[in-house]
Design a binder for this molecule. Structure first.
Ligand SMILES: O=C(O)C1=N[C@H](C(=O)O)C[C@H](O)C1
Length: 294
């Protein structure tokens, strides 16, 4: 189980490879994880945004979880697995969280309920009910995707809940991490890739970053520098990663990452499930040029 003090460092939200006809490509998934897990990252997240949670079926998530755990055991490493269980329905989120806990997930990631536009009290009660399952819970705030922004006072109350071990903050600014400093001791992982270094300076404990698939060691170095309080050096190192991050997020995540993984031979294909579509040729050219540079 993941504890508050372990929610720090670089967590990578893993992508879900599909075959050209849209089925899960388990062989690619295993091969890709074997490569990714050579890096000393802190943990992985299955079925996050990058894992295409909206179009991956729950039974498929279970298959991916067991495959990931088998790889981790085979490599003989200790690597926490966080499973995305968040939906916009509290009962479904609870059921998924309980199931993930039974599989042996170290924690779950639950997004602010999207689409329904619940009140702040409804959001609080949603997280309280999910936390009540006893499975360590990371709340995930991403207003651009959910359509609502959780007020700071409500977020403080959510983070006070027993069982909530921290927050993934993809709010798109550093106002939230700044406002929570001094009001909550729970760790916050940066979820807005382009703000990673700035958020570390504001008190984030690490990052949950799709872009850390590429140049993983450079992201780890940014984190190490910040951990030592060398924020200026962390930001200088991070500035070299920014052009890459901007390319990886120019079109909807995870399409660019999947293309990069396919180019690297880690995925057999960059296929996504509709309504997501592969990246444009224009972006392919720019990514190719960037990745060819030292
Ligand atoms: O996989 C995730 O979860 C992430 N979500 C963010 C998003 O795409 O909104 C980005 C982050 O890098 C990973």
């Amino acid at each position: 189980m993941l504890h508050v003090e372990n929610l720090k460092g670089i967590f990578v939200p893993v992508a879900t490879p599909f075959t050209q006809d849209g089925e899960i490509d388990l062989a690619s998934f295993i091969h890709y994880l074997e490569e990714l897990l050579r890096h000393p990252i802190q943990g992985i997240v299955l079925n996050g945004t990058t894992g295409e949670a909206p179009t991956v079926e729950w039974a498929e998530v279970e298959t991916l979880f067991h495959a990931a755990r088998t790889v981790i055991r085979r490599l003989g490493i200790c690597m926490p697995i966080i499973v995305g269980t968040g939906t916009n329905d509290t009962r479904t989120t609870i059921r998924r969280t309980e199931a993930a806990g039974k599989w042996g997930a170290d924690a779950v990631l639950a997004v602010t309920p999207y689409y329904s536009r619940p009140s702040a009290d409804g959001v609080y009660r949603h997280f309280k009910a999910v936390a009540h399952t006893g499975v360590p819970l990371v709340a995930y705030e991403v207003p651009e995707r959910t359509g609502i922004r959780v007020p700071v006072d409500t977020m403080v109350r959510i983070l006070e809940l027993d069982g909530v071990i921290g927050l993934k903050d993809a709010s798109g600014g550093f106002e939230l991490v700044n406002a929570l400093a001094g009001r909550s001791a729970k760790p916050i992982l940066a979820g807005s890739d382009d703000l990673f270094a700035a958020m570390l300076r504001y008190g984030a404990s690490g990052g949950l970053l799709a872009s850390a698939h590429v140049r993983t060691e450079a992201f780890l170095e940014v984190y190490r520098l910040a951990e030592e309080g060398r924020y200026d050096e962390a930001e200088a190192a991070f500035s070299k990663l920014l052009p890459l991050i901007r390319l990886l997020f120019r079109e909807t995540n995870p399409a660019p990452i999947k293309w990069v993984l396919a180019q690297a031979g880690l995925f057999a294909s960059d296929a996504l499930r509709l309504p997501l579509t592969p990246i444009t040729q224009e972006l392919q050219k720019e990514l190719s040029a960037f990745l060819a540079s030292p």
